[in-house]
Unconditional design. Structure first.
Length: 240
């Protein structure tokens, strides 16, 4: 509990520096209510903030967790993950692990690896990674002739490897920023072959399943869950 309070205080300070005055006041009131164990009132105040950043989503998730709305807490923390900073990830993933245990969700090695990659990518924005790539590329072009003449192949290999890493990071960051996903909120969700219940059923999804969103058509979403690709109503999942 002490750790959560410290995290909340740190996030509160970061919010106060970047938010408009009316939002700052709302955050302060919500934070005070949370400290007083008025979790429902704090949740409602956080929900009233129109443009929620990672700190707001994180705090909102904490309120839902205290109210034992575990799926709502997970949804909020997944939304916070998208724009979280390097220092915010440990607390965020700790909370996500706790709520996933309560929901019966088991993380695979692939999930933990993806989390590590996301934290590394949080060091820079998409624009920041573009700048890093251009700097490494320029440095390699400038030094290429000199390093080849002086036969400093280890340095040349190192710069080349660094360039490959930057390209990979830029590609993954772009994919992460533009990817859309959602968490199933219905207990049992039927997946259809087309954007209407008149199409035949392809399969079903369970509550808490996370799916990739491929396309949107009015009130329907085309989703993918492993090898299952089909359509579901928009209202049946929470986008994260």
């Amino acid at each position: 509990m002490k750790r959560i309070r410290l995290i909340l205080s740190g996030l509160l300070i970061s919010v106060l520096f970047v938010c408009p005055r009316d939002v700052q006041e709302t955050v302060l009131r919500a934070h005070k209510l949370y400290e007083q164990n008025e979790f429902e009132k704090a949740r409602d105040l956080y929900n009233s903030i129109e443009k929620k950043g990672p700190a707001t989503w994180y705090n909102l998730g904490n309120c839902h967790y205290k109210l034992e709305n575990h799926l709502d807490a997970l949804i909020c923390w997944r939304r916070a993950e998208r724009d979280a900073t390097w220092s915010e990830f440990p607390a965020l993933y700790h909370n996500m692990n706790e709520v996933q245990k309560k929901l019966g969700i088991e993380n695979s090695f692939k999930d933990y690896f993806a989390r590590s990659i996301r934290r590394i990518l949080s060091l820079f924005s998409l624009f920041g990674w573009q700048i890093v790539f251009l700097l490494v590329w320029t440095l390699l072009l400038v030094l290429l002739g000199y390093l080849a003449r002086t036969q400093r192949y280890i340095v040349l290999s190192g710069l080349s490897l660094l360039l490959v890493i930057c390209v990979s990071a830029l590609y993954i960051k772009y994919d992460f920023v533009n990817a859309r996903s959602g968490i199933v909120t219905d207990k049992t969700l039927v997946v259809y072959a087309g954007p209407d219940k008149g199409f035949h059923e392809l399969g079903s999804l369970c509550r808490t399943n996370e799916v990739a969103i491929l396309e949107e058509n009015n009130e329907w979403l085309k989703i993918q869950d492993n090898n299952l690709v089909g359509w579901i109503p928009v209202s049946t999942i929470a986008q994260v």
